[in-house]
Structure formats: structure tokens, C-alpha cells
Design a protein around this ligand. Structure first.
Ligand code: NDP
Length: 480
């Protein structure tokens, strides 16, 4: 039998995707640069389905039915280029190379264009869900040609997570679209994690709640509108006790958050597109701040608020309200972070001509991926409505949710400031909300300043045209 699909790169992600395909009854040809991985996979998991172990790229190509489908799961960056160059000469027009690694979408655009010239379909596919997702059902975001999706889609949808029978995989758009939305997915993930961390910090410091008590709070929140994978695992992490010290696990972990780069890419690209993704940016910067060991060491003695305001007594009535206030602030800030992420996707889609369907995207993020949440159903509904909202904040469901939450949100941000607890995610989300809804912004003054020092000109509210004031002379307005 010819294999339906080949997988090259059998580290944890590739091996698990290959097993997932085999478990779904597809014959999978498997290959890895170092042969031990191929052998180990077939020895350990060969009973799960039908694998065709291949020692060389030539063998892998020969094992596949045509048009060939090859899933590349190697280290992102130069290794991906090396593997593409190894396989491309062995392929025929119409064959498909699928890069499921975490590639930068600009690399994917370059690779897709190069392969297209050779008649090969290059599909940059975002895969989310980590190791477990790869094995049990990830969220898959394939880009590339519609033609390639017709041949690949059924296979990918088969192994993707399902929510209510609907697969968490859909064709995102041409060339780099899949890797672009995967990048923004990760950016949103950064923002969501930061907001949850701020909620934890505020409740821990503000109310003096223990990690175990906070685990209960998050578990409770997971039963409501915040229900999501990230809230669920937060409860698990907070409940964990360190075996060697008997202390809460969260208290023995070094407080320096690391990053692999997709959050940073999201912000870099958002800056280029001019889309304010302040929630994601704050999350990336908060990780950087936590890791700035020397700065933190040097600044440790700086004074906090005077007089040091104590948190409300935990048994006081105010205490129970504060938990609910923080929940509301978290929910409202999360709405802002997702709204900003979806804005970036729409801007990227417009810039690159991808025609990404935000509703379809919300649909495939409901399962498999790290940001899976009940809430994504509301986003899907908002984008499936007759009139697409300019921002999720004005979709009726979210407008109502923000109206309910906003007083609590303001109290929480004010309280954070009073207590000297950093809450950049909560406060910047609120600032964004207030900026968008403002009748007038002080940008008018900035335009005045720019005109003063640089003759950069300004527009008026009452007349068309471009104007400049002769600041260094008679200060009369000149129409330019
Ligand atoms: P790694 O990113 O650790 O990559 C290891 C694999 O790449 C091995 O199979 C290795 O082969 C191969 N490789 C490295 N360099 C070369 C080269 N020059 N030529 C041929 N093969 C090479 O593996 P993961 O499974 O963690 O991830 C695979 C991809 O999936 C990455 O792009 C990653 O970013 C992405 N991803 C990972 C997720 C995760 O949770 N880990 C989630 C979603 C995506 P060898 O065995 O011979 O060294």
C-alpha cells in the first residue's frame, strides 16, 4: 500500500501527529534525519496503526500516493529551509509540502512563492495544542492554495480537535495566512496568561488568599463565562504543592517568565500594521520586566504607596466583592485583548489580501488550542452576525458584558494602583476601552505640538484640507 501522507521530523510534535493520523486509519510514512527516532516511533507505537518507516527522503517520497502530501515537523527557521530544499527536488508538480512548525509568516510567504514556481503547493499550517493536542486533536490553521486544501483538508480535519462534531481546522487563506493567525493566536495567549496572572496577584496580595484558596476561586470561575483551558490549568497549577519543600508550587518557581518569540513577533508585526494590540504588548513587556533581573535587583528598595494601604480584611464584606470585581475586570480585559487580536488578523488579512474569515477562525479556536474557551463561541456569533462589528467591543453581547463589568474593572484598576500592585494588562485594557469610546482624544494637542516643532500640519474638524500655523511668526493659520 502507498501511504496517504508522510511525516518528516519525528520529535514530540511530529511523532504525535503521525500517531494521530495512524490512529485515524491513515497509512503514514515516517522519516526523521536521525533514524533512531523513526525506529523508536514504530517500535513503541507501531501497533496503533499502519506506519511505513523510511530511512531517506527518497524512500519517503517513494512511499506516498500521488499527489504527495508531506508534513514537515522540524525545528523552525534554517532547519525548515534545509528540509524543504532536500525534498523539493524529489517532488512533482501538484505535490504538497506542509510546514506545521512555528514558522514566521513572512518566511512562509517566501517559501510558498519559491515552491509555487516549481509547481509544488507549500502549505504553512499553524498547529496549536502542544504535545497532547498533536496526539489527541490539535487546532490546525492551514494556509496555502485552495487546491491544496481540497486534498489535505479531509485528512487534517480528521485529526483535529472537534467541538460539537465541528473540526477545529479550516482553510485560513493563501500563503502565510495560516502562520499569521497562529502567531496572533499565540499573542492572544500571552495576553490571556498575563491577565490571569494579574488576577491571581491582586487576589493573593490584596486579600491575602493562599494559592490553595485561589485554586478554588479559579476552579469556580471556570464554571462560568470565563470557562477556558487557561483558567482550568491555572487552578491546577495553584493547587500543586512542591514535593521537596511542602510549599505551594507557585512559591518555589523563579518569577521570571520566558518566551520563545511568537508573542514578540505578534507585537512587531502589529507595530508595522499600525494596530494597537496593547494587551499583547503589555504581556510581552511584562515577561521582559520579570526577566530583567538586574533592574529588579536595583529597584527593589524603591518606596511603595504611602501609607502602605493594607488589603481589606479577608473576612470583610468588601473581600467577597473584590473577588467578583477581579473576575469582572479579568473578563472585560480579556474581551479587549481578543478584540485587539482579531483587529490585527483583519488588518493582516487586508494587507496581504488573504480574506480571512474571523468567525471561522473563532470556530476552530474553540477546541484543541491553548486559548480554547467557551467565550470563543460568542466571538464566532459576533462575526457571523448580519453586520460585522468594526470591533468586538461594539458587538451587542460584548457591549453588554463590558457595561456590566466596567464599574468593577475601574475599582480593580484603582485598587491595584493604591496597593502598588502592577496590573499593566488590566489598566491598559481599560485605557484602550476609554480611548475608543472617548468623544475627543488629546491627539488634537499632539497634532498641535507636531505642527509647532515640525510644521507637520493638521486637519480641522470643520473644514476639509491641511493646515499649518506660522508659529514662529504671526501665528496665523495657513492652508497648505
Ligand atoms: P523541535 O523543534 O525540537 O525539532 C526537532 C526536530 O527537528 C527533530 O526531528 C530534528 O531531527 C529536526 N531537525 C532539526 N534540524 C534539522 C535539520 N537541519 N534537518 C533535518 N531535520 C532537522 O521539535 P518539536 O517536535 O518540539 O517541534 C516541531 C515543530 O513544531 C517546531 O517548528 C515547533 O516550533 C513546532 N511546534 C511545537 C509545539 C510544541 O508544543 N512543542 C507546538 C506547536 C508547534 P533530529 O532528530 O535528526 O535532530
Amino acid at each position: 500500500t502507498q501511504a496517504r501522507i508522510g511525516v518528516t521530523g519525528l520529535a514530540v510534535m511530529g511523532a504525535n501527529l503521525a500517531r494521530n493520523l495512524a490512529r485515524h486509519g491513515h497509512v503514514v510514512a515516517v522519516h526523521n534525519r536521525s533514524q533512531y527516532r523513526t525506529k523508536a516511533l514504530v517500535e513503541e507505537f507501531g501497533h496503533e496503526g499502519e506506519f511505513v518507516p523510511c530511512e531517506t527522503p527518497q524512500e519517503l517520497v517513494a512511499a506516498l500516493e500521488r499527489p504527495r502530501r508531506i508534513l514537515v515537523m522540524v525545528k523552525a527557521g534554517a532547519p525548515t529551509d534545509a528540509v524543504i530544499e532536500e525534498f523539493a527536488p524529489l517532488l512533482e508538480p501538484g505535490d504538497m509540502l506542509v510546514d506545521g512548525g512555528n514558522a514566521h509568516f513572512l518566511d512562509t510567504r517566501r517559501r510558498e512563492a519559491a515552491m509555487r514556481e516549481r509547481g509544488i503547493h507549500f502549505v504553512g499550517a499553524g498547529v496549536s495544542g502542544g504535545e497532547e493536542g498533536a496526539l489527541l486533536g490539535p487546532s490546525i490553521m492551514p494556509g496555502g492554495s485552495a487546491e491544496s486544501y481540497a486534498a489535505l483538508g479531509p485528512l487534517l480535519e480528521d485529526i483535529a480537535a472537534k467541538v460539537g462534531g465541528v473540526p477545529c481546522c479550516t482553510h485560513i487563506g493563501p500563503d502565510g495566512a495560516g502562520h499569521f493567525v497562529k502567531m496572533v493566536h499565540n499573542g492572544i495567549e500571552y495576553a490571556d496568561m498575563q491577565l490571569i496572572a494579574e488576577a491571581y496577584d491582586l487576589l493573593r496580595q490584596g486579600l491575602d488568599l493562599s494559592p490553595a484558596e485561589l485554586a478554588d476561586v479559579f476552579a469556580e470561575w471556570n464554571r462560568g463565562e470565563l470557562s477556558s483551558y487557561l483558567i482550568e490549568i491555572t487552578a491546577e497549577v495553584l493547587r500543586q504543592v512542591d514535593a521537596s519543600t511542602g510549599k505551594p508550587f507557585v512559591d518555589v518557581v523563579a518569577d521570571r517568565a520566558e518566551q520563545k518569540g511568537t508573542g514578540r513577533w505578534t507585537v512587531q508585526i502589529a507595530l508595522d500594521l499600525g494596530v494597537p494590540v496593547s494587551g499583547i504588548a503589555e504581556a510581552v513587556f511584562a515577561r521582559a520586566t520579570s526577566g530583567a533581573v538586574e533592574l529588579r535587583q536595583a529597584a527593589r528598595g524603591l518606596p511603595g504607596p504611602t501609607p502602605r494601604t493594607a488589603g481589606p480584611a479577608r473576612e470583610a464584606q468588601a473581600g467577597t466583592d473584590f473577588v467578583e470585581d477581579v473576575r469582572q475586570a479579568l473578563y472585560a480585559s480579556k474581551i479587549v485583548a481578543y478584540a485587539q487580536g482579531f483587529d490585527q488578523i483583519r488588518a493582516g488579512s487586508a494587507e496581504y489580501g488573504w480574506n480571512v474569515d474571523p468567525g471561522a477562525l473563532a470556530t476552530i479556536w474553540r477546541g484543541g488550542c491553548i486559548i480554547r474557551a467557551v467565550f470563543l463561541d460568542r466571538i464566532r456569533e459576533a462575526y457571523e452576525a448580519a453586520r460585522t462589528p468594526a470591533t468586538l467591543l461594539v458587538a451587542p453581547y460584548f457591549t453588554d458584558a463590558l457595561a456590566v463589568a466596567q464599574d468593577a474593572w475601574r475599582r480593580v484598576v484603582a485598587r491595584a494602583v493604591e496597593l502598588g500592585i502592577p496590573a499593566p494588562g488590566f489598566s491598559s485594557a481599560l485605557a484602550y476601552y476609554d480611548a475608543l469610546r472617548a468623544e475627543r482624544l488629546p491627539a488634537a494637542l499632539i497634532q498641535g505640538q507636531r505642527d509647532f516643532f515640525g510644521a507637520h500640519t493638521y486637519r480641522r474638524i470643520d473644514r476639509e484640507g491641511v493646515f499649518h500655523v506660522f508659529w514662529s511668526g504671526d501665528r496665523m493659520e495657513i492652508e497648505g
